[in-house]
Design a protein around this ligand. Sequence first.
Ligand code: NAP
Length: 477
Amino acid sequence: MTLAQIGVTGLSVMGRNLARNFARNGFSVAVHNRSASKMESLIDEHGSEGTFVGCASLEDFVAALERPRKIIIMVQAGDATDAVIDALVPLVDQGDIIVDAGNAHFPDTRRREAALRDKGIHFVGTGVSGGEEGALLGPSIMPGGPAESYAALGPMLEKISAHVDGVPCCTHVGPDGAGHFVKMVHNGIEYADMQLIGEAYALLRAGLHLSPKEIGDILAEWNKGDLESYLIEITAEVLKQTDAKTGKPLVDVILDEAGQKGTGRWTVQSALDLGVPVTGIAEATFARAISSQTAQREAGRDVLASAAGDFHIGNREGFIEDVRVALYASKVVAYAQGFDQIQAASEQYGWHIDRGAMARIWRGGCIIRARFLNRITEAYERNPELPSLLVDPYFTDIVADGLSGWRRVVSQAALAGIPAPAFSSSLAYYDSLRSERLPAALIQGQRDFFGAHTYKRVDREGTFHTLWSGDRTEVEA
Ligand code: NAP
């Protein structure tokens, strides 16, 4: 019997489309699902697209694969993934490669990788972005795990990934949980990007009394320039959509409570652990949480004062341009923070992640694909040790050009009482980075006062404490 080159177990929307993608790219694919009906329907409906080997049992599935076996698990993250790994381990051999392409939390991936490494099995936690369509037509793929396994697996993943300018949107991210970590931050950035576009829409709507369709046209126009991205493109489509039942713009009949599956929360939790300020992602995650706080919103809607002035904009074109530059600058901040978080984790876990390569593999296949990612790759090529994207000359200049507009938009939003949390916190972050002095000095004084936490001085080495409850002289701690 001819053995299959790769196997996919878990044939719901993602696994099914990934298996078809492999088959369409000329690989023979063994396919398995806990309940055999999904495997059978895949072969019934798409068997002609390539070489599939349908397997009813996990034993048959493992036996159908050439060695070293390459097995992709595409099941629910969490317990289901552990259950499938546990069932596979007794069936595979040393040197075989088990790939978890689901949305695992990276600490789980680190745990699983270490456990399987002890048994001589390669475990590759892999981020896959692009949803159902990406899985079929070419996703962005972020594999972690041992570099050795990438030699066998990488060429296959690269072949089925999206390609931009002939370059695959797949590369080895780093060892153990690096792939799932980067996928998590990717999703966090996606939250920030979506929130920022949402704030731009809200400001244009309130400030210029434009219809959703008119704002959709503006976004479609922006999509021809620096802001060109999948998210801007689909937002324009959503805004132009009319509800068939009411004849109203669809966005006006959709309940304004944003859902989340948890990757934004994971990103913020990890950023807190690493001590990296990802204010854009955090604001976006909290903005979704606020939107779903029905009781608080109902209680606040009628009783909280506004003291807001009229949101009257005299210069229509000028305001649209201000919102555009505020969106672009805030987006640069959100990405700069996300890349800082990747760098911090890379240092903490010894992953050696190439940040420019991450921007490169996000250019196609995934939700945050955008023209601007080329600029990020170029920035890290110019300086792989760049301390912040914002200090790369390209980004420094482009943010400086739009800075007055950004400030006008944030202040107008505040004066008019329009919430723009991600726009305003991004600007505060930018101003923090450029400040000569921060009030952190005062905070150190407060901490020393109530807790004798000590402080350092700007003019002398050492650690100091003021005898606050004594004669208030300073002593060296
Ligand atoms: P899903 O709904 O997350 O999972 C369903 C699959 O998991 C089915 O094949 C199911 O088998 C299997 N499964 C559940 N519990 C199992 C167990 N204990 N043992 C064996 N198999 C089990 O499927 P999905 O939407 O295709 O997503 C797959 C993975 O990709 C998830 O981790 C998801 O987070 C990730 N992901 C999804 C997207 C997306 O857009 N949907 C995008 C990127 C990543 P049965 O058919 O037998 O129930």
